[in-house]
Each structure stands twice: as structure tokens, then as C-alpha cells.
Design a protein around this ligand. Structure first.
Ligand SMILES: Nc1nc2c(ncn2[C@@H]2O[C@H](COP(=O)(O)OP(=O)(O)OP(=O)(O)O)[C@@H](O)[C@H]2O)c(=O)[nH]1
Ligand SMILES: [Mg+2]
Length: 416
């Protein structure tokens, strides 16, 4: 009604399963997402019932939502192309589901070329099956002898597939560059630690606390889309910490696939810090931890995982101990910490250093030449030298990563 309003408005709708106990945290999360996407939420409408094949939720509930006259109806539940069509045409309402809402947020936050391509790929992966099903509907309704029906969708579908292939190949290049970069960093003696976890858990704040950096951290979902890497020494080890995009419940697999090049910072890390918000109510904390584990599984993480129960400053000692007990099955040895106050960061460092692969001991020779000497000075930087003797050759005992030694062999290092 109000044509002068500046903010987009929305009503949120959620159909809850009648066999599960009601869970208001999901609606609260949807509200957070809607607000992060710039919507003013006019009302929340929910219903416990089985899925309605035509509208997802009951007709009366859609009418109730429409009565607020919002710009958009935003559904928690995923909508099929048919449901979108039915609701749009029968209620003259514009609809979004939670996945589209997440993509809207991602689209506004994407600042790097990589992030933009990933968002576009996710959008196309979502659109492709919709266009395909529109095509199938057209074909079914096609009259015999009437040629050309569905031609528009057909060519659109082709265009989408073509564009997806192009983006995938560009992202594959980015991923290869990432692989090379990780290789170089390991050669330089760094261990790669990824900060992963549910969105808004405090990953960026923790990166800032650990490395004294100044990455944007805000009380809203999906502040971080692109990874940031910062160095810091942890009990004598050179470590690179990488802050990454957050997880959320029910992430479609294709979204994870679209973000593969970014998520490879997690899948290829030497250690993953799984950051969780310990101040969430226990059931919600468990749900978010389970969703994070599923996402780590989807990312094919093989590295050890250290769970950080962040925001411990918000818990008293009793509740902290209770929380640790309640999530024992999901996180056997969590570290209670606060990125905001610095509490627990010393314990976290010990835990990190214990879970990193120990450096291996090597005994190598380098030629006593300018190149050999310059490699030696590099090794002072990138490894722990135990002894060096200057004989006809340089005879060196050291502890290092195997990648560092492989790199040194290019300068003539030989293992003894
Ligand atoms: N009290 C308290 N607040 C914290 C702590 N760590 C983070 N926060 C707050 O939690 C909110 C989210 O922090 P971020 O660091 O942006 O969280 P994130 O995991 O990087 O979130 P996304 O990038 O959006 O996925 C911010 O308002 C932080 O100030 C903590 O240890 N204690
Ligand atoms: Mg962040």
C-alpha cells in the first residue's frame, strides 16, 4: 500500500512437520536471513501440517500472509517450480524460498570475481532444473503437428548449460591456482588451518583475535563470503589461518559444489577449527554442530578437527561445563574460548599444536655454493634447524615439512 516505503517488505512462512516437535529457532534464523537481505519483516506465519503439493503450505495461510501486502512471501521450505507458479499466479504474490534468499544475500556480498562466479553458478544450478521442468510441461501440452512449442525454454536451457560449463572451467582454474598456492605455502613451512563453522559463530572474530587482523565481523549471517588468510606463529610452528564462508542448515549439495574453489581452503587444510557459538541454547548448538559436520563431510575434509566453543564469555562456569557435556558426542574434546575477550586462546593454541602433524626429521646435504647457501638461509626461515656443518658440502639436520624438503631438492639438496 505504502508506495513511499524504502525498505523491501516480506512475510515469512514456514510449514513445520507435524511429527517433529516445534522449533522456533528455524523461523528466527529465517528472519535473520531476511533482514540480512534487506527485508523488513511484517509478519511470521507458520503451520504444522504435511506438505501441500500445490502451495507447500495451506491456502488459508497464504491468504493470511498476503493480507499484510508485502513485496515478497518468503518460505522456509523449498518450493518446487510448480508451487512457485501456483502461488505467483493464484495469489498474485512474489515468492522466494530460503535458498533463493541465501542466494540474494550472497549476490549482494560477492565482491571478488571468484565469489561472483560461484554465486552465478549456484543460481544457474538452481534455475536449470526449473527451466527443464517448464520445458517438460510445455512439451506435454504440445499439440500434435505444432512445432516450436518450448523452443524458447529449449534455447534458454542450452544457454544455461553453456554458461555453467564456462563458469565451471574458470573456477577450475581458480581452484588450481589455490592448489599451487597451498603447495608453495607448505614449501615455506606453513601449516594450513581453516576456520569453518556455522554462520555467525565468530570465525572472523576468532581470526582477528588470533592474528591481530581486522576482518569484518558482524552480528548477521554471511558477513564473510571470500576467504582471508593471515599468518601467526603457534608454539614455534608457522601457521596460516584462513577464515571462510559460513555453513547453514540444509545447504543444497549444488551450492556446496558451486563454492568448491572457496571451500577447498577447508577441504585441503591440515587442520580445521570448527567454530561454534556456545551461547546458543543446547538444542540449537547441537543442530548447528550437526549441520557443520555434514558440510565438512560434503567438503570431504580428511584433516583433524578441533571444535572451538566460542563466545564462552557469555556462559558462567556451570553452564559451560554442562554445554561441553551435552555436545560430547558431536565434539569429544572441545576448547572453550572467547574470541571477544581472548579467554581460552592459549589452550586453543596448545590444542592446535598438538593436532598438527609433527615436523619430520631429515638429514640432508647441500652443495657448498651460492645456490646451496641461499637455500640454507631459506631453510632457517622455513624449518627448524638442528645442526649445520660446513664440510665439502653443507651437512644439515633439521625438522621440516616434507614439502619444504622437496622444494630444497630443486636447489640440489640430497637426503642422506
Ligand atoms: N560475546 C561474544 N561475541 C562474539 C564472540 N565472537 C564473535 N562474537 C560476535 O558474534 C557476531 C558474529 O561474529 P563473526 O566473527 O562475524 O562471525 P562469523 O562466523 O565470521 O560469521 P559469518 O562470516 O557471517 O558466517 C559478531 O557480532 C561478533 O562480535 C565472542 O567470543 N563473544
Ligand atoms: Mg565471518
Amino acid at each position: 500500500m505504502d508506495k513511499d516505503k524504502k525498505e523491501k517488505t516480506a512475510v515469512l512462512l514456514m510449514r513445520e512437520s507435524p511429527i517433529k516437535s516445534p522449533d522456533s529457532s528455524r523461523m528466527r534464523e529465517l528472519r535473520g536471513l531476511a533482514e540480512a537481505a534487506g527485508y523488513q519483516v511484517l509478519a511470521e506465519v507458520s503451520q504444522r501440517r504435511g506438505r501441500d503439493s500445490r502451495y507447500q503450505i495451506g491456502r488459508g495461510k497464504i491468504e493470511e500472509a498476503r493480507s499484510y501486502n508485502p513485496d515478497k512471501l518468503i518460505f522456509y521450505n523449498a518450493l518446487s517450480p510448480n508451487q512457485v507458479f501456483n502461488i505467483t499466479s493464484e495469489f498474485s504474490a512474489r515468492v522466494l524460498d530460503r535458498f533463493n534468499l541465501i542466494l540474494e544475500i550472497f549476490a549482494t556480498r560477492a565482491s571478488t570475481r571468484e565469489a561472483k562466479l560461484q554465486v552465478e553458478l549456484a543460481r544457474l544450478s538452481y534455475d536449470a532444473p526449473q527451466v527443464k521442468s517448464a520445458l517438460a510441461l510445455k512439451k506435454r501440452g504440445e499439440q500434435p503437428g505444432f512445432r516450436g512449442a518450448g523452443a524458447y525454454e529449449q534455447s534458454m536451457y542450452h544457454d544455461i548449460r553453456g554458461r555453467m560449463a564456462k563458469i565451471r572451467s574458470e573456477l577450475a582454474n581458480v581452484e588450481n591456482m589455490g592448489e599451487d598456492r597451498r603447495q608453495r605455502r607448505r614449501e615455506q613451512g606453513f601449516d594450513l588451518v581453516a576456520l569453518a563453522g556455522y554462520t555467525n559463530a565468530g570465525k572472523s572474530t576468532l581470526l582477528n583475535a588470533l592474528t591481530g587482523s581486522n576482518v569484518e565481523a558482524k552480528d548477521q549471517p554471511f558477513t564473510t563470503l571470500s576467504p582471508t588468510t593471515r599468518a601467526r606463529e603457534v608454539l614455534g610452528r608457522r601457521v596460516l589461518f584462513t577464515d571462510t564462508v559460513g555453513f547453514i542448515d540444509d545447504l543444497p549439495h549444488f551450492l556446496i559444489k558451486a563454492f568448491r574453489s572457496t571451500l577447498s581452503e577447508i577441504s585441503e587444510a591440515d587442520l580445521v577449527l570448527l567454530v561454534a557459538d556456545a551461547s546458543d541454547p543446547p538444542e540449537l548448538l547441537r543442530r548447528k554442530l550437526a549441520a557443520s559436520h555434514k558440510a565438512l563431510w560434503d567438503c570431504e575434509v580428511r584433516a583433524p578437527i578441533v571444535t572451538v566453543l566460542n563466545k564462552a564469555d557469555r556462559l558462567d562456569e556451570g553452564r559451560a561445563a554442562e554445554t561441553v557435556e551435552l555436545i560430547r558426542d558431536l565434539a569429544p574434546y572441545p576448547v572453550l574460548a572467547s574470541a571477544a575477550t581472548g579467554q581460552g586462546l592459549g589452550v586453543l593454541e596448545e590444542s592446535i599444536s598438538m593436532r598438527l602433524q609433527p615436523l619430520q626429521e631429515f638429514h640432508i646435504r647441500l652443495p657448498y655454493t651460492e645456490q646451496g647457501l641461499s637455500e640454507l638461509s631459506r631453510l632457517y626461515e622455513t624449518a627448524e634447524l638442528i645442526s649445520v656443518s660446513y664440510e665439502e658440502e653443507l651437512v644439515i639436520r633439521l625438522r621440516a615439512k616434507k614439502e619444504t624438503i622437496a622444494r630444497a631438492s630443486l636447489s640440489g639438496a640430497r637426503r642422506m
